[in-house]
Design a protein around this ligand. Sequence first.
Ligand code: FES
Ligand code: MG
Length: 576
Amino acid sequence: MPDRKKLRSAEWFGTADKNGFMYRSWMKNQGIPDHEFQGKPVIGICNTWSELTPCNSHFRKIAEHVKRGIYEAGGFPVEFPVFSNGESNLRPTAMLTRNLAAMDVEEAIRGNPIDAVVLLAGCDKTTPALLMGAASCDVPAIVVSGGPMLNGKLEGRDIGSGTAVWQLHESLKAGEINLHQFLSAESGMSRSVGTCNTMGTASTMACMAEALGTTLPHNAAIPAVDSRRYVLAHMSGIRIVEMALQDLTLSKILTRQAFENAIRTNAAIGGSTNAVIHLKAIAGRIGVPLELEDWTRIGRGTPTLVDLQPSGRYLMEEFYYAGGLPAVLRRMGEHGLLPHPDAITVNGQTLWDNVREAPNYNAEVIRPLDKPLIADGSIRVLRGNLSPRGAVLKPSAATPELLKHRGRAVVFENLEDYKARIVDENLDVDATCILVMKNCGPKGYPGMAEVGNMGLPPKLLRQGVKDMVRISDARMSGTAYGTVVLHVAPEAAAGGPLAAVRDGDWIELDCEAGRLHLDITDSELADRMATLTPQPARSDGGYQKLYVNHVLQADEGCDLDFLVGCRGSAVPRHSH
Ligand code: FES
Ligand code: MG
């Protein structure tokens, strides 16, 4: 055992006085023997288990396997719950509480006798929330993801989480399937524990965590129910004890280089636009500068190699069987597409050491460089008078012909307005129009819901229209697709020019040039802005009020302004 004075936990358990007595005595009511308190690294297992977060409902079992590894390596595991924000149930959007969960994590780590922490994350927001909270403490940390669900099944074919819902709903509205066919897909789509099995935000963030170096290799893709997921949990438990002893803190892993690797990786996997916001928020916590333009500078020209839904065909099961993220990283590295192969990861090795011999078993799922799914899969950053602080679009999920488009705006003031009017057979809209929705951003919704991929007007769906340009200050589910401009900043509710768009305006989108332009004169725009009456923020108090008053815009990662930064892990004053 190392000098116990070097461990934070010794400040609780390491003294033979009144305080040490108190800290140990109450813990002993759990049946913990005295020797556990004698200088062993205390490893927190930060658990987002919840039956209301179905994607994380198997986490108590994963935690058991993490504990086995911790005990085996001579550590003392302590499991603790944090706020679990599940994407599927939580209204108005799980994004509203990402920062709340991050606060919970940060305070739980700093205030407790924890030397290092295992972050059990799965559903979309839980991964960034846990990394943000741990980064603000800068303790040694390792992410163990819950893993994706098995492939969904419908009428003998594979269907993907989320993506199938969007597709089936459009088919229903177009009259191609009936309500019975639609509803009978429910149970087949989600037939095992785990996260969405498409390359949605959960899988994307698991890949981001792996590319950042915060997980053991293969963490992102092993299916939730595969026994190798539990082996990985066990090995992560062993490893975190070593990390605690080596003081391998997050700031040594989450470097600028790590974020650059992650940005490239996001393009290669066809990852979710939500990664733009979450990576910025994590970087902000650890003190790494990251700008929206980095997604262009670093990501541009990176081909999408992974043929997964929603951009492509396959699902996470195939991705793992094909070789998972290590196979992608190896392929990237061999072609000079991994900007920093020497970035250090949680196992103490470099990213390149971890993947240099990773096999690829299926070149359809993880494609060769000369046969990419899309030649340039980097997320596009769009600026112009409509988005002075940026907007984003995911080209791999878009229709190539629409990436440069000029169209007449059909404007919805908010989601309710959209829902009420999109079904109107008399709505003045055709396939060349651009659907614009306001007031769905961080302050406006509040929480920046995933409603940016507005469904198309039913009358156009029946004509066979499959895609239209859509623009909003909302986010989009990572499982969704379409030519969708998202994260317009500043948002309408914060007085952004999006609020000034009117029905019949013309809008120009040019993804290649990175331009989003409202075709009115500067003086006309200024006049309109001067007469805007901003929509009052929707909050009745409580956490929502704190959120609305302090949330940063999308280009800044939607963190709360006072949470940005690393506050370290100095041991607080005694509690008694
Ligand atoms: Fe939880 Fe998709 S809803 S991962
Ligand atoms: Mg989502």
